[in-house]
Design a protein around this ligand. Sequence first.
Ligand code: C2O
Length: 546
Amino acid sequence: AAIVEHTFNVQNLTISRLCKRQVITVVNGSLPGPTVRVKEGDSLVIHVINNSPHNITIHWHGIFHRLTVWADGPSMITQCPIQPAGHRYAYRFNITGQEGTLWWHAHSSFLRATVYGAIIIRPKSGHSYPFPKPHKEVPIIFGEWWNTDVVALEEAAIATGVPPNNSDAYTINGLPGNLYPCSKDRMFNLDVVKGKLYLLRIINAAMNMQLFFKIANHKLTVVAADAVYTKPYLTDVIVIAPGQTVDALLHADQSIGSSYYMAAHPYASTPLVPFPNTTTRGVIHYIGGASKTRRTKRVLMPKLPSFFDTPTAHRFYSNLTSLVGGPHWVPVPHHVDEEMLVTIGLGLEACAKCPNSKFAASMNNHSFVLPKKLSILEAVFHGVDGIFTPDFPNQPPVKFDYTDPNITQTSPGLLFVHKSTSAKVLKFNTTVDLVLQNHALLAAENHPMHLHGFNFHVLAQGFGNYDPTRDRSKYNLVNPQFRNTLAVPVGGWAVVRFRADNPGAWIMHCHIDVHLPFGLGMVFVVENGPTKSTSLPPPPPDLPRC
Ligand code: C2O
């Protein structure tokens, strides 16, 4: 195993997109930032130097961080931010037990709009993929672009409690594509050779939207999701929520000289939440033989599903399964120690004196607030009181019934939420079943829930109320997906199971970016195990101070 070292210089850059010049914050002068390429078993050291004007942290999304929770990165959960003016922090962690595609992104304010990049984990030397070796591997990273300062945009959203304006474009590898103004030359192009196999490493780094993705005249075979191998799944459309990754094989089987658009646009789970109904695209060109150059005269466009096509989204999301017995396959633990029913959604801030309550998102009516003085992990390690409260409940405060109109719209016990910094403390090695139930108080919508530090087995999902007597029998205990981000169906539920076998403070939150500052998050504090090798190590000496 190797030690892979990178330096990430965070700085501002002026670039032009959509006919405008805009100052953005990026890593090493590029959008997306650098791709981190490692093999399973390698160690990473990433020196982050902050030369931007913003406080920043970087999160390694989906990495298990075995005993390296100090490198996880969410601001005020595992560290104070790295301050401007050249302050730095070295993120040190190992890659164990996962292969495929993950990604890194800023985890403080709205900065991840432009501060993100791919992490590609290949098998150790001497090991191979559980599928035919691809000729080339191609990151496909979706993003969102705003013609404005994204940090100011989010600050305004937090101050008013109104979600930020929609983005002005979607992007593929930082490029909007030619359906947007001034973007003819800002389109992702991929040259392929007829007969070859390509591995697309697809990442949804968009801030707000789930996406449908298609390539005209081609099918794709999904082979991994969130850096876990899946049973090969043939499909003509990929559905991907913010935070998720999908690895898919593309067989280049069309004729030399032809070109095809790849395109992505939103899956909008509800008409109640406005979304930009625009499309990003790139082109695949078959070159070779007499066709040495790209032909772009006649390019075929794929027909994407309609924006509200929940059946297509649900089919894709719920049909993926893990590759039983494949590399690093983890069977589902059968014994469960804790069961939690957690409502997720948007309510109103409980505030007696406010004439108009602000929107506030919550989990079990706790609207999460980041601590200000010290990170939760430092509070845990040093035993500092008053930073968080270990009171996150196993049940919502009011019996939840999605189908009861009295409860869904008017029950104050559910609609009005309380601000707190709540954690659920778990004994080492506890196995937890989490029933995530979307409620319909203000707008039922699909929330992509992400858990740091662990993957969870996705046992079942559905629409309406979760009903234990009916739905327990549906659990897939044989080959469920094992992933770090799950799109909980709109107005529905999902059951996930994970084993808390890594001590630390791990945030779980909605990956629609502004939903976290609105409060859609909570923290699992996992206690130390019985031995040194199952206990939190001390913080690294260069951990940033608040
Ligand atoms: Cu990809 Cu807490 O985030």
